[in-house]
Design a protein around this ligand. Structure first.
Ligand code: PXL
Length: 266
């Protein structure tokens, strides 16, 4: 039987991120994708302006009906939540709707390049620090790992710095820790932390940075894990998928990547 996953993140109507990438990718990999939309935005927050409808008040109603209908999920993928109050609702969701052995994958999604995204603050970081205790896998970037561990960010970090961050994260959670998109020594890499083994997957650093690639990485990674891949193979597949999406995207397309072209050939 197909695995059934619940992905909890925002619905940005335009912008090729969060739910609009997670749904097609999870489906294409043969995973039943269910959604818990946390907010509806006109578009993601890297555009000049955006509207934001908070869906938090609806979540209890949704849970009530899921309980009545007896729904359970084999995995949860959390991305951009937007509000610290959603973390308690996320925990309630894990407690109420986990199938046996359900996996929790959390991409903290609150910052990049040493800064928090607009609308996020240290209370959000603190709530995320608590939430990741529940995770089986966490996928922070270097900035998010710095905030979560109270480590000052430096743009000149190296692999040793990233591994130190992972050692600090390992004190906060038993989850498998994968720091994504680390730019070290002219390459880009994923560093997979294990107590006795560190795996560093290195890829060519492409000259452009594009929005939404973290969400795409998390979606492919999750689908691969649910389909029985090892962590290393899931990371490798996700990194290659993201690189192919960036390569398939022309410069004028500034707000995301043309992942459809890559998904189409999968
Ligand atoms: O790609 C992460 C993301 C998701 N959703 C919204 C965002 C962002 C990043 O800025 O603004 C609404």
């Amino acid at each position: 039987m197909n695995k059934r996953i619940l992905t909890m993140q925002d619905l940005s109507c335009v912008g090729q991120c969060s739910l609009t990438v997670a749904l097609p990718i999870l489906s294409a990999y043969g995973v039943e994708a269910c959604v818990l939309p946390t907010a509806v935005l006109s578009n993601h927050t890297m555009f000049k302006s955006w509207s934001y409808l908070d869906l938090t008040p609806e979540i209890k109603n949704i849970y009530e009906n899921w309980t009545t209908n007896g729904f359970k999920f084999d995995a949860f993928l959390l991305g951009y939540l937007g509000k610290a109050t959603l973390m308690d609702l996320a925990e309630e969701c894990f407690d109420s709707f986990s199938a046996d052995g359900a996996k929790i994958i959390i991409d903290p999604v609150f910052g990049d390049n040493g800064k928090l995204y607009g609308g996020f603050d240290l209370d959000y970081v603190a709530a995320m620090r608590k939430l990741i205790r529940r995770a089986d896998f966490i996928l922070p970037n270097v900035t998010e790992a710095c905030f979560l561990t109270d480590t000052p960010y430096t743009p000149d970090y190296d692999a040793k710095f990233v591994i130190k961050l992972e050692e600090k994260l390992a004190k906060l959670t038993d989850a498998k820790i994968i720091i994504t998109g680390a730019e070290t020594g002219g390459d880009i890499c994923e560093i997979i932390y294990g107590k006795n083994k560190i795996d560093i997957l290195t890829h060519e650093l492409l000259p452009v940075k594009k929005h939404g690639t973290g969400d795409i990485f998390a979606s492919v990674f999750t689908a691969k894990i649910l389909n029985g891949c090892s962590v290393k193979d899931a990371c490798q597949a996700a990194a290659v998928f993201v690189a192919d999406c960036i390569k398939a995207t022309d410069d004028e397309h500034f707000y995301g990547v043309l992942f459809e072209k890559v998904l189409n050939k999968k």
